[in-house]
Design a binder for this molecule. Structure first.
Ligand SMILES: Cc1ncc(COP(=O)(O)O)c(C=O)c1O
Length: 381
């Protein structure tokens, strides 16, 4: 197992860990739930609170705050294959799923919404609500049997499954959905910032994602919404708040949406969280996504090979490259086992009823983390 420590010595991303505020005694494998804090965030927040808010006061809105949702959106756009002017940051993923689905079905004469049957609950709940509000039918379907038809208005999918870590073939699935004239909306929560994604090149209709996992924006950091340029004129979202208006400060009676991606905004942006995320994204100035993906595959491969034969363990994350950067293990006592791991400062998480999740964030996780986690798990089992 010590060979793994040797891999840390030659890891081209090893220096990036220094940019994070992490405790060396803790093996943190939950960056797929809440990313670790980059050091730059604390320094930036001091400036934001003391100088920008404290000294500049309301002038801050005309000194960068107002445009922050689009500016930070463009920075995320670079990580998901979206050219500038197509990503806006704000609200939660759940709220953005609602905006996206409502906009996708508006005016349609099609009759169904298809959602991944094993989706993260919020996606399923919001899809059901949209179906009820619009009178469409909701059809949950396995990603292997989506079977979209001429009746399908939109398909909502997770790029990487939160429970198993399986990754869908975004190109093939989007093409299949488009072949019947339906729209594809992708939830990128578990892939933004770790997997190469090509939203523009694949002609994805709409996409959403959070920024508190692999993008390290912090607890409750705002989500993002991708609306490609060609679709913006017809993107009529239901939350017609004043900040999506074409002239917010004209205080007009009628709602006329901004011509661009700002029409996806709703109310006053959460500037403190937004600027914490902005600082967190500076880490990307030092790394390439290709390196991140390569290291993520290696870390998860090594961890998997160390734990797959442990007693009572079944690995449920695919072994091939169709997976994200987590390893999910089924074990009958998953909750108790994770409790014992956390007591030893090996932090992953548990999803009921029987799944242990270990998320590997290539920006700060080391090969020695995989070794230490596997050793602790072996001792416990
Ligand atoms: C796939 C997916 N979608 C959505 C969410 C959460 O949405 P929100 O940011 O609105 O809480 C999560 C949270 O873990 C998730 O894994």
């Amino acid at each position: 197992m010590n060979d793994l420590d040797d891999l840390d010595a030659v890891d081209p991303l090893a220096h990036v860990r220094e940019l994070f505020d992490l405790d060396d005694d803790v093996v943190y494998l939950d960056g797929n739930s809440l990313g670790a804090p980059p050091k730059a965030v604390a320094e930036r927040m001091r400036d934001v609170v003391r100088r920008q808010w404290g000294r500049r006061l309301i002038r801050g809105w005309s000194e960068g705050w107002w445009e922050a949702p689009q500016r930070v959106g463009d920075r995320i756009g670079r990580l998901v294959g979206a050219a500038p002017g197509q990503v806006v940051v704000g609200d939660s993923t759940s709220v953005n799923i609602f905006k996206a689905l409502m906009a996708a079905v508006r005016g349609t004469d099609r009759t169904e919404i298809v959602v991944d049957a094993g989706t993260f609950p919020t996606d399923g709940y919001i899809a059901r609500s949209v179906a009820e509000l619009t009178g469409l039918e909701l059809r949950p379907a396995s990603p292997d049997a989506l079977e979209p038809t001429e009746r399908t208005a939109v398909v909502l999918l997770n790029h990487v499954d939160y429970r198993t870590g399986r990754m869908l073939d975004m190109a093939a699935v989007t093409e299949r959905v488009h072949a019947v004239g339906a729209k594809a909306v992708w939830d990128l929560c578990h892939s933004a910032g770790v997997l190469p994604i090509e939203l523009d090149a694949l002609g994805v209709d709409l996409a959403v994602g959070c920024s508190y996992k692999f993008l390290n924006g912090g607890p409750g950091a705002p989500a993002f919404l991708y609306v490609p340029t060609a679709a913006q004129a017809s993107f009529e979202q239901p939350l017609t708040g004043w900040t999506g208006h074409r002239a917010p400060f004209a205080m007009e009676d009628d709602y006329i949406p901004d011509p661009g991606v700002a029409r996806a905004r709703c109310g006053t942006p959460d500037i403190l969280s937004m600027l914490a995320l902005d600082a967190a994204l500076d880490v990307w100035d030092h790394v390439s996504l290709a390196d991140v993906r390569a290291k993520g595959l290696k870390l998860t491969d090594h961890f998997r090979s160390l734990v797959r034969d442990l007693p009572g363990i079944e690995v449920i994350t695919p072994a091939d490259e169709w997976r994200g950067h987590q390893v999910s293990l089924r074990h009958a006592d998953a909750e108790a086992v994770m409790g014992k791991l956390i007591a030893r400062d090996v932090i992953g998480d548990h999803r009921p009823p029987d799944v242990l999740r270990f998320g590997f964030a290539p920006l700060y996780n080391r090969y020695s983390d995989a070794r230490r986690a596997a050793e602790a798990l072996a001792e416990i089992l």
